[in-house]
Ligand binder design. Structure first.
Ligand code: FES
Length: 106
């Protein structure tokens, strides 16, 4: 079981038991999350800043390596459509990927 805390979405907590499910799918069941390419690793709109628990996330994928090389993904950011988590994490939605109809704290 893992707790996913959405830091700037009222610290919403999502609990998941499935360590093999992509984070984007888990997030979309509980809230709205930008994902322009449909979760195919071809954009960076699903990116999240990882505040805590990065060690619980799956290995960096080839898609993420490509965006790191292009400076479109920072070392503290991951693509929600590419990762799974095996433990608790706290994540943050940056201004550039916030959705206009959701209320973010910061
Ligand atoms: S939704 Fe496009 S890279 Fe994740």
């Amino acid at each position: 079981m893992a707790n996913i805390i959405l830091d700037n979405l009222q610290s919403k907590r999502i609990i998941t038991k499935d360590k093999s499910e992509k984070l984007l799918h888990i997030l979309l069941r509980e809230t709205d999350w930008m994902h322009a390419c449909g979760g195919k690793g071809r954009c960076t709109t699903c990116k999240m800043k990882v505040l805590e628990g990065a060690e619980h996330l799956s290995e960096i994928t080839e898609a993420e390596k490509k965006y790191i090389k292009l400076n479109k993904l920072r070392s503290d950011e991951r693509l929600a459509c590419q990762v799974t988590t095996s433990g608790d994490i706290r994540i943050y939605v940056k201004k550039e990927t916030q959705l206009p109809h959701l209320k973010y704290d910061k």
